[in-house]
Design a protein around this ligand. Structure first.
Ligand SMILES: Nc1ncnc2c1ncn2[C@@H]1O[C@H](COP(=O)(O)OP(=O)(O)OP(=O)(O)O)[C@@H](O)[C@H]1O
Length: 271
């Protein structure tokens, strides 16, 4: 793990419209190193999705900036993949699994042979090597989310952003998908920022966990997850250190819900 890949500097986001303004994010500053797996937790409405959209270049911050490998993000940057919670809306229903996974590779203008190679590797990696020709609506929710993950990794992103990707699947599927994400991360070394509202999931997956306060949002805590790199659903989750970390994060989230940051400094001469 070397060097900073993502640098989020003083990002503030105020939504304006219909005569009211909502300050979703007050001031977020943190970095993610190349190859790191960082989870982000925070109370509902803390601005987690807003943060990811700013990082993905889908929303412009009101102030501050997002820098990816030394370049300021001013629109969706090349080499970034996003997996959303709503798998049902993120895959094109009229395209087969193969068509969905290949689409960004075609946009990248990769030659056919390389596309086919990446397609096979990615579908095998998520355990869906035999469903190329199926349509998303013929698959279960967990399988559709695997296709979305396959599409993201086939693209060979510099950074993978995941926004509560497992919130809508059942508990057993969720555990399987968590293990899939960890093994893909360990195998491919792709830098990952994983947003979740689930503290246990954050501790299980992450090397670090950022705790956001309620809106207007700040980073309240940055916790190193000093669990062994080899994790499994039973022994890791029942270890004493896991319980300590989750207890600490739980207390921080409780604090986050009622935390009121100081008002931002007014610009000189402003009201
Ligand atoms: N397009 C928008 N226009 C106006 N306000 C918005 C918009 N999108 C989000 N907000 C507001 O910004 C705040 C943060 O929303 P956001 O969805 O980023 O939070 P979140 O932490 O992802 O929430 P959750 O955990 O419930 O998914 C909320 O108060 C929300 O109502």
């Amino acid at each position: 793990m070397t060097g900073t890949l993502l640098d989020v500097r003083g990002v503030r986001k105020v939504y304006e419209g219909h005569g009211r303004s909502v300050e979703a994010i007050r001031d977020l500053t943190f970095t993610v190193a190349k190859g790191e797996m960082v989870c982000v937790v925070g109370p509902s409405g803390a601005g987690k999705t807003t943060l990811l959209k700013c990082i993905a270049g889908l929303l412009a911050p009101t102030s501050g900036e997002v820098v990816l490998e030394g370049e300021a993000v001013a629109g969706p940057p090349p080499g970034m993949a996003v997996v959303f919670q709503e798998y049902g809306r993120s895959l094109f229903p009229w395209m087969t699994v193969r068509g969905n996974v290949e689409l960004p590779l075609k946009q990248k203008k990769l030659p056919r042979a390389r596309r086919v190679e990446l397609l096979h590797q990615a579908l095998d990696a998520v355990g869906l090597g035999d469903v190329h020709g199926a349509y998303p609506w013929q698959l279960s929710g967990g399988m559709q989310q695997r296709v979305a993950i396959a599409r993201a990794i086939a693209y060979e992103p510099r950074i993978l952003l995941m926004d509560e990707p497992f919130a809508a699947v059942d508990a057993q599927t969720r555990a399987d998908l968590e293990d899939l994400v960890r093994s893909l991360w360990q195998g491919l070394g792709v830098t990952t920022l994983f947003v979740t509202h689930d503290i246990d999931e954050a501790v299980y997956l992450g090397q670090r966990v950022l705790v956001l306060s309620a809106a207007p949002t700040l980073v309240l805590d940055d916790v190193t997850v000093d669990l062994p790199a080899e994790r499994d659903q039973l022994s890791t989750r029942s270890s004493a250190r896991f319980a300590e970390l989750r207890g600490h994060l739980f207390a921080q989230i409780q604090r986050a819900k009622t935390y009121h940051p100081p008002d931002p400094p007014h610009p000189p001469g402003g009201n």
